[in-house]
Design a protein around this ligand. Structure first.
Ligand SMILES: C[S@@+](CC[C@H](N)C(=O)[O-])C[C@H]1O[C@@H](n2cnc3c(N)ncnc32)[C@H](O)[C@@H]1O
Length: 310
């Protein structure tokens, strides 16, 4: 399958990263290499380190970035291992890091990967295909209570309890094997009115299972915090998120980093000694313009936050 993914908020990311031609940059989520290409084209003596957990994505990126391979190091790893991987490469600090979170259009559209409720496929959803835990294990082996927690928390699905109960009841007869079987179970658990809503009835549950399979929120929390630590003074961290759970984590980490003294106002002098480590480059989050949202529906839910190390 051809790797097809339109990069979101590309110009805004480049501006946010404020790229130095001699800098060391990390693309933590290389995907099809769209953002990477734009970054590496702005480097002369600089270097780009391209992370992805998905070897198919890195393989596609290597082709797209073929003219610049001398300036790029590819790392197949979870970005949660950012610090260890940079230490292995003997990179002490970086000038910028980009996170374009979530899945690529290629992963969603590839019928073999099982990410999409629109395509029939074996239940999978692993970004890293070497990992053992897949959507099949979540759906067929997690307890009803855990399914309710995952679907409620990561999918923000108000019918999480009904869907969890329906999954457990269905799998008693035989394991649920495919995405379309799961879609049918989800639909069977939802009230008629909810099935008529604009959003596909399985969207939130599929998002929840994908987040659970890939440990997405934990990885974001670790990696964004570590990314800020690894930046040189003046270095930039740009994060694009696609749902409120991710964005909340990023917002919290950035706000914490930008906050100075946390002593109660009544204290005559500061005793906490805390000083800001970063400054927020964009106050609040940036969203895609009307034109980009029309051209690329994925851009509609994208939010970009940028911070600079002090
Ligand atoms: C939205 S796509 C990136 C698209 C890319 N910016 C482009 O322009 O082509 C996200 C990519 O990040 C990867 N990814 C998601 N979570 C990851 C993690 N924890 N560690 C490493 N890669 C991850 C996915 O496998 C996917 O290829």
């Amino acid at each position: 399958m051809e790797f097809c993914h339109t990069s979101v908020l590309l110009e805004e990311c480049l501006e946010g990263l404020s790229i130095r031609p001699d800098g060391i940059y990390v693309d933590a989520t290389t995907g099809g290499g769209g953002h990477s290409l734009a970054i590496v084209q702005r480097l002369d003596t600089g270097r780009l380190i391209c992370f992805d957990r998905d070897w198919e994505a890195l393989t596609a990126a290597k082709i797209r970035l073929a003219d610049y391979l001398g300036k790029i190091t590819f790392v197949q790893s979870n970005f949660a291992n950012l610090k260890e991987q940079l230490a292995r490469l003997e990179v002490a600090s970086i000038d910028g890091i980009l996170f374009d979170l979530g899945v690529s259009s290629y992963q969603l559209d590839n019928p073999q990967r099982g990410f999409s409720y629109m395509r029939d496929a074996p239940l999978d959803m692993r970004m890293d295909q070497t990992q053992d835990y897949s959507a099949w294990e979540v759906v067929n082996q997690e307890s009803e209570a855990e399914l309710r927690r995952v679907i409620g928390l990561y999918g923000e699905e108000r019918f999480a309890g009904r869907i969890a109960a329906a999954i457990v009841s269905k799998r008693e007869a035989a394991p649920i094997q495919t995405t379309f079987q799961l879609v049918d179970v989800i639909k069977s658990a939802m009230p008629a009115a909810a099935k008529k809503e604009k959003q596909h009835p399985a969207k939130r549950t599929f998002q929840a299972i994908r987040i659970q399979v890939n440990g997405e929120l934990r990885a974001v929390e670790t990696a964004v915090a570590d990314g800020l630590t690894c930046l040189k003074p003046g270095g930039r961290c740009a994060v694009i998120s696609f749902h409120s759970l991710e964005d909340r984590i990023v917002k919290h980490i950035f706000q914490e980093g930008a906050r100075g003294c946390t002593c109660p106002p009544a204290f005559p002098v500061c005793v906490c000694g805390k000083t800001p480590r970063i400054r927020l480059v964009s106050h609040g989050s940036l969203t895609a313009g009307q034109e980009e949202q029309c051209e690329n529906p994925r851009a509609r839910s994208a939010r970009l936050r940028v911070a600079e190390k002090l």
